[in-house]
Design a protein around this ligand. Structure first.
Ligand code: CA
Length: 251
């Protein structure tokens, strides 16, 4: 370090302090500075301030102003990043609120020949089941008119359903209901052995879903569900979404 800046620095440090300072030391520094014959190389230090306004800390004003500007810019940058992160978290939270619960309505059952109970079916083709009574539909992914759930966001979903049927005295169960994803069979419940008149069964499955994938329940052709159709329930919810990196690292 050059002599003069060193003297300036020492002098300023002493002068910026409110502590008792030896007058002789200050005077010595001033004398040494005034007697300096070499070139003044203050760099960024305000040498004029050092000599003319020694009773303040203005000697470091330029550096302080620069530091203040840099700190302000950095804080503003951090604030913008926090706002972007807050927006991303809100979008992410909303996209995970997907759940539905729907039940069948007994009014779709019709009278059966030779039976006292009403049934849905049988039909000569596979028929989607209508779960028209909706008590929960967060995210509006479930369409009660079609009985179809459409994934609003890619992720892993859990679906479950309970199938109930009572065919009446002297009759035997004969049904099969399949959960289908985009037309493909996933899991089923069925009564094919014609062993009893009343029963219920449930299935639960976790499925990877892409945006727009569809899930619904289908009654197999030639089979039927009878009485208390409101016992038949179809539910689903998002377990977790597939989060795209750009959601959190935008900008
Ligand atoms: Ca059974």
């Amino acid at each position: 370090m050059d002599v003069l800046p060193a003297l300036c620095l020492l002098g300023s440090l002493f002068l910026c302090s409110h502590a008792e300072t030896s007058t002789s030391v200050i005077d010595g520094l001033k004398v040494a500075a005034l007697q300096w014959k070499g070139p003044i190389t203050c760099d960024t230090w305000d040498c004029n301030c050092t000599f003319t306004r020694q009773r303040s800390c203005c000697c470091a004003a330029n550096e302080m102003y620069q530091l203040e500007d840099q700190t302000f810019e950095r804080i503003m940058d951090l604030w913008e990043n926090i706002k972007t992160l807050h927006h991303s978290v809100m979008v992410h939270s909303d996209s995970t609120k997907v759940a539905f619960k729907a039940t069948m309505n007994s009014n779709i059952a019709s009278a059966q020949t030779g039976s006292t109970v009403k049934c849905f079916g049988p039909f000569n083709i596979n028929v989607p089941l209508s779960f028209s009574d909706v008590s929960l539909n967060d995210g509006m992914g479930y369409n009660p008119a079609l009985g179809v759930f459409t994934a609003p966001t890619a992720g892993v979903y859990v679906f479950s359903f309970t199938i109930y049927s009572y065919v009446g005295e002297g009759q035997l169960l004969y049904h099969k209901v399949t959960l289908k994803k985009n037309g493909g069979q996933v899991v089923s419940v069925w009564e094919s052995n014609r062993e009893d008149a009343e029963d219920s069964a449930s299935q639960i499955v976790a499925l990877e879903m892409q945006h727009g994938d569809q899930v619904y329940l289908e009654l197999m052709s030639g089979r039927k569900l009878c009485k208390h159709l409101e016992y038949n329930i179809f539910t689903g919810y998002m377990l977790y979404p597939y989060v795209e990196d750009e959601l959190f690292y935008a900008d």
